[in-house]
Every structure is written in C-alpha cells, then in structure tokens.
Design a binder for this molecule. Structure first.
Ligand SMILES: [Ca+2]
Ligand SMILES: [Ca+2]
Length: 363
C-alpha cells in the first residue's frame, strides 16, 4: 500500500500531477482536486444532481438525488463497478479499495476488493441506517444503535467495545474504527499504534466523527474540530479560527472541515495539492477526503428536499431551513441546509426568500 505513495511523489517530481481539475458549477456538482493520478478527480458528466460525496484511496463516489451512485478513478478491484440495480441508495461510503452503499430498505451493498471479506455483509443484511469503510474492513450502524463490523480484523478493528449500543454515527480509518454515541462521546478501537483511538478529554459534546488514515477527527457542538492520532504533516493543528465548522472529513494524511458559510478548510499533507481548495472557496455543502485527493460538493440552491429539482415541493423544507439547523436536519437528515442560501451570501436568512422565489419561478 505504501509503495503507491512513492509512486505519487515520483509522479509529482516528474511533473505529471500539475493539472488542476475544474468542473462546471452545475447544481449539486462535485469539485475534485489533486492528486489525479488515477482519474479520481475527473467527475463523470453530467456533473449535477449530486447530494453526497465520498472518497476512497484512489477512487471517488457520488450519490445522486435519484438514488444512484456514480464511481470513478482507480478500478483495479472493481470498486467503481456499482452492482445492479444501481438505484435506491441513500448513502455512500468508501473503503480503501472497496465501496459501500446503503439502500432505502436498510440493506448494505458492498463491492470492490474483498480480500478480507469486507464486502460480505453479515446476515441479517437489514436495519442499517449508516455505513463506513476502512482499509480492509466495513462498518454498519443499525437502527437500534448497535454497530456491525466485518472484514479485516487482524488489528481488532471489528471488535466493537461493549456495550455495543447507543451509537448514532460510525466512521473508519485505515485500521481503526470509530463510533459516536447519543450522549456525545466517541468510542474508538484498534488499531491504536498512532494514538488514533485515544479520544482527547473531555470526551463529550461531539456531534460528528470522521476517520483519516491514521488519525481521527471529532466535531464538537460548539463547532470546533478536535483532531487526534497521527500528527505528522501538521494534522494535529486545526487552522485558526477553529470555529464555525458544520462537517469534518479525513483523508489519509490530510483533513478537511466545512464551515457554516460554505467554505472549506484543509490541512495536513499537501505534497499533491490536496489542501489547495479551488477558488471560489464558497458554496460547499459537503466534503470528503481520499488517499491524496479531496472532493467538495457544491450547493444546489433551492433544492431543500434534495430530490434533484427545485419546485413547490421545496417550499416547506425551505421554511424549515430558514427557522434553523436543528429542525431542518431532523426532517431532512441527508440534505444540506446551505442549499437555502439562494442569494449565495454565505448564510441562510430571510434575505434568501426573494432569491428562492426567483429560483422557483425559473424552475
Ligand atoms: Ca427539490
Ligand atoms: Ca443567504
């Protein structure tokens, strides 16, 4: 696995990785940048209608509003070949060389490298509400708050610590696993050689969790990010001001944070340019980090129920979005509130009403 790092560094030295990938700013489009050595930044057209993004080691994944998954980049293990029927997906997650999708019936579909059985979802394959993938293992969160883990377990990454209950989110690093509990604490387990499982005190107040390669990240309710584990490349220091974040993502050796104003902050390894967020750094609603590349999802202004179109069905969701983050997110957990920033000011408020009406009229 590490030999590929050398390959990349050599590629940079020889000037092969100088291209910057810029895509059209269609609604719900994905912006992808460096490195692009396997085409992981070449978002397939039409680059529109996306509602979620995910990044594997050298491949990329996007979930469309119609419930299909688009995958591109390194495909040595078939990690980009989404199994038929490619429909009904509500979430997508990457592994290093495999991919995972959650269906609206609560089942998980996994494909790509299966060397460790990471694509063999344990029975019963039902009742799942979230999914995550690591180096050779996979994790599924059940509606009852328990985590199911399968695949590579040499490091103990599939041994969910007791009590296996009360989880509301799940994440994975290369060889470690993370779960967020309803009480705002994070449970992290094996592999811990870089301290990626030592959640800093106080272990409370977390609202989101993410795994990097050998590091971990937690988002606090006060909108600050806490990093721990591997600290090389400056990974242990969130750029100031460490505030205003609404989402967090980990790459192998870099980290990304999404701010409430739609801008991205990236830090850590930048040899490949994975921390150079393309301008304009605004309008982002989701973010993902891969091996050495990054993905940002741009807003689809006006599409508040994230069904891929802007129409009268979005009015109720728009009103909810205006009234606050919590109520909106509870009603539309997989949608992006910043889609209500119809005047593209970086904030959601009553000034967006006229612009929303204009979008309705245009649509
Ligand atoms: Ca809509
Ligand atoms: Ca606005």
């Amino acid at each position: 696995m590490r030999t590929s790092v050398t390959t990349i560094v050599c590629a940079i030295a020889s000037g092969l990785l100088v291209n910057s990938v810029v895509v059209a700013q269609d609604p719900g489009s994905i912006l992808a940048w460096e490195s692009n050595n396997y085409g992981q930044c070449n978002v397939p057209v039409p680059n529109s209608g996306f509602v979620a993004v995910a990044a594997g080691y050298f491949h990329s994944l996007g979930l469309k509003a119609d419930g299909s998954i688009v995958a591109w980049g390194y495909n040595q293990y078939g990690q980009c070949n989404v199994p038929a029927p490619n429909s009904g997906f509500v979430a997508v997650a990457p592994g290093e060389y495999h991919s995972l999708g959650l269906k609206d019936d609560g089942s998980i579909v996994a494909w790509g490298n299966n060397d460790y059985g990471q694509c063999n979802v344990p029975a019963p394959n039902s009742g799942f509400v979230a999914v995550a993938g690591g180096g050779g293992h996979s994790l599924g969160l059940k509606a009852n708050g328990s985590i199911v883990a399968w695949g590579r377990n040499y490091e103990g990454q599939c041994n969910v610590p007791a009590p296996n209950s009360g989880f509301v989110a799940v994440a994975a690093g290369v060889y470690h696993s993370l779960g967020l509990k309803a009480d705002g604490s994070i449970v992290a387990w094996e592999y811990n050689v870089q301290g990626q499982c030592n959640v800093p005190a106080p272990n409370s107040g977390f609202v989101a969790v993410a795994g990097g390669g050998y590091h971990s990240l937690g988002l606090k309710a006060d909108r600050s990010i806490v990093p721990w584990g591997y600290t090389g490349y400056g990974l242990g220091t969130v750029p100031a001001p460490n505030s205003g974040f609404v989402a967090v993502a980990g790459g192998w050796y870099h980290s990304l944070g999404l701010k409430a104003d739609g801008s991205l902050v990236a830090w850590g390894r930048n040899y490949e340019g994975q921390c150079n967020v393309p301008a304009p750094n605004s309008g982002f609603v989701a973010v993902a980090g891969g091996g050495y590349h990054s993905l940002g999802l741009k807003a689809f202004y006006g599409d508040l129920n994230c069904d891929g179109v802007v129409n009268f069905d979005d009015i109720n969701a728009f009103v909810l979005a205006l009234s606050g983050q919590e109520g909106y997110q509870a009603a539309f957990p997989s949608c992006h509130r910043l889609n209500a920033d119809c005047d593209q000011s970086g904030g959601v408020d009553f000034d967006d009403i006229n612009a929303f009406v204009a979008l309705l009229s245009a649509g």
